[in-house]
Write a protein that binds this ligand. Structure first.
Ligand SMILES: C[S@@+](CC[C@H](N)C(=O)[O-])C[C@H]1O[C@@H](n2cnc3c(N)ncnc32)[C@H](O)[C@@H]1O
Length: 272
């Protein structure tokens, strides 16, 4: 049987090593170490006050967003399956002394790996597309939340993610629902930050999840949806035609003259 997770982990280890060096500048690692808060405009505008909240950050990468939540006063646990990312996250935590700890593991094992129940589960910018089973993911989210606790999910919008990023006119290129056992197989020699360093493991296995599946999965796992918002900005350069916009941290939009599309969505969902 294909081990999708092993294939993706090898790729993410390579990318984490590139991202922590931050030669393209998109992660603003030095600014973060100098005290900056690096969250993008979208989550900054939606998040509200997190002071005193216990937050579980799923797929935390090398922890910079986790540590920004801690810098805002939350007590955080970040989980990621890339040992390279987790080692870098622990190093940043040591350097800053912020209230966060980091756990290495698969998101589907999060309940076993992390103790306690949380006020918030936080998953942003490039998480569920790496996961085959969205219904299983929603159960994990629910199991981590205390009653009344909330999920904040911020993701690439399926209306945009079905488009073939390699075509200048952004033609539809992918089915809107990816079967569990037939992932979209991508081969990108470089990562999305603009750094030209080649990764050793270029292959990834990815899944597109319809918005209805995400919402129904959360409802089925015992959460009620409190908000669904759509955004015209993305945290990564999804297609070569996209242009950067300045803000708290660099984001990407479609060029002037291109029809406006929802590029991202966010969901607030509360555990009953
Ligand atoms: C695009 S990054 C998330 C970026 C994140 N928003 C941040 O703070 O920079 C995706 C992360 O998901 C992790 N990942 C992918 N599949 C995973 C899985 N099954 N379990 C745990 N982590 C996973 C990768 O290692 C990577 O760090």
């Amino acid at each position: 049987m294909t081990d999708h997770f092993a294939i993706n982990r090898a790729n993410w280890n390579d990318r984490a090593a590139i991202h922590i060096k931050d030669e393209a500048g998109g992660y603003r690692v030095q600014a973060f170490l100098d005290g900056a808060d690096n969250l993008h405009d979208v989550e900054h505008e939606e998040l509200g006050d997190v002071t005193g909240l216990r937050i579980a950050h799923l797929q935390c990468h090398f922890g910079i967003d986790t540590l920004c939540l801690a810098r805002r006063g939350a007590s955080c646990v970040g989980l990621d399956f890339s040992p390279v990312a987790i080692a870098a996250a622990r190093d940043l935590q040591q350097k800053t002394g912020l209230d966060a700890r980091f756990v290495e593991g698969n998101v589907y094992d999060a309940r076993k790996l992390i103790d306690g129940h949380f006020d918030m589960v936080y998953a942003t910018w490039g998480t569920i597309g790496w996961l085959p089973d969205i219904f299983g993911w929603a159960k994990v989210v629910s199991s981590l939340l205390k009653p009344g606790g909330r999920l904040y999910l911020l993701e690439g919008h399926p209306s945009a993610m079905v488009l073939d990023e390699r075509t200048p006119e952004l033609r539809p290129g992918y089915d809107w629902r990816t079967p569990l056992d037939q992932p979209i197989i991508m081969n990108d020699e470089t990562t999305y930050t603009g750094d030209t360093t080649k990764v050793e493991h270029a292959t990834t296995h990815e899944w597109l999840h319809p918005l209805s599946d995400v919402i129904n999965a959360l409802i089925g796992a015992g959460l009620s949806i409190e908000a669904l918002n759509e955004h015209e900005r993305l945290a990564w350069k999804f297609a070569p035609i996209m242009v950067p916009v300045d803000g708290r941290r660099r984001m990407w939009v479609l060029p002037e003259g291109f029809p406006k599309l929802p590029l991202a969505y966010s969901i607030w969902a509360r555990k009953k």
